[in-house]
Ligand binder design. Sequence first.
Ligand code: HEC
Length: 478
Amino acid sequence: MKKKLRKIGKWLNDRGGFSEMLKPLKEHLVPPGTGWNYVWGSATLFCLIVQVLTGIALAFLYQPSVNAAYQSMQYIENQAFMGSFIRGLHNWGASGMVVLLGAHMIRVYLTAAYKYPREMSWISGIFLLGITLTMAMTGQLLRWDSNAIWTGILVAEQTGRIPFVGDAIAHFFIGGATLGGDTLNRYFAMHVFLFPALLFTIVGYHLFLVLRNGISEPPKAGRLINPKKYRSWYQKMLKKKGVPFFPDVIWRDVVFSLGVLIVLILLGWLVGAPELTKPADPTILETEPTPDWYFKWIYAIFATMNRFLEPYFLFFGPLLGIILLFSVPFLSRGGERSPLRRPWAIVGVAITIVTVGSLTYAGLWANWVPDFKAAPLGEYVSVPQEEPMAERGKHLFYEMKCIYCHKIGKKGGSNGPALTKVENRLDEQQLILQISNGSADMPAYGGSLSSSEIKALVAFLLSEKKVNEEKRETRNKE
Ligand code: HEC
């Protein structure tokens, strides 16, 4: 029996060439001391594999048509065998990929592994970053619930505002002038065919470069990179001190990836994917269009930025970012690699992390978008007694959706300034002007409200003063 098995094994290997295939892996030498800091890239790749497997499973049941997409998502979430778990895993796998990719980039940047001769590794990596984020974005729209398509509409509108090229890009992504069936088809094709194909091609190239140029040796302060001598130095160093990638190095990658898998499984199982909101219907506004968490920081920038600057920021911001990222390996090709000798690299990374982190935090907790769920003000705002005008204004403030964008007390949206203390800033005349004429970010209500209604709103906005005065009076009386 054993003999027979061995014979079969031999045949398979002879005709199939499996040990030959694994040979480079065994013989590939790696500089000593790479350690745990070198696991981020392989873990990102591992997440990509998780995404492919869970993505295929989802595609078995998902129907990319306007009429069926939402139902098929419901089916996956509520009925399909392990559907909710696999959706959760796919969702957290995407998050994991973004996070690990970020960690990998930071490691490569801090240890200056992008320097000679690994510039192309960095450049292909930037493409991988862009494609990964595009995958995350297109995937969110495939949920085809109200949240997803409103996010899609917002993205398209913002893209359309980019000077010069915005309209064309927005048209390409949404497949026409409006969001509809063509959009869904397009996003589906992009998410499951176009970008995965690009991703795999470039990942393949990225890995080929790792084999060709070798893994960068851990940096040492004072050991400079000299492009003229580096390659021969590296080969000599490998011959003298190199360790085989398999099994000396790869075990760390395997252990770390298994850890990542456990975390993803726990998150996918216990937390799951974002709840599906209502079916997609562009006429229903009752949703809070918000992107998934790793895009919130971009969202926060737009929420806080001046409307007139936004289009330029939309155009020049990414352009500058892309140029900067691509130029990294050309700004300093040789010299020091140790982060200890490159303090500005550490400062740059720290600033980036703090900025993106705090913007994400702001984006996660602030209510930037119109708050479509705001309740009538009745319960929590008091109006001076016996003031029907202010009482009417209070109702109008809700009915006319002012509360979607303005806070009164603690309730309402944050699109516009809070109006709790507006009486200290504006007088009656200015309030009337603002409400009837609107401004850049606020609709003009002059056409839709009668002058008595506007007066009522103003009376309401000014009533806080009176409430306070009343309180003071009663306190004085006591
Ligand atoms: C789509 C969101 C939106 C809606 C709806 C909206 N506003 Fe505004 N409002 C804004 C923004 C944004 C500003 C800040 C001015 C600007 O940048 O255009 C503003 C400014 C104001 C101001 C001036 C505040 C200040 O401190 O200068 C007042 C008063 C005001 N709005 C009242 C109202 C009233 C009353 C309604 C309902 C009839 C309303 N708004 C509906 C977005 C909105």
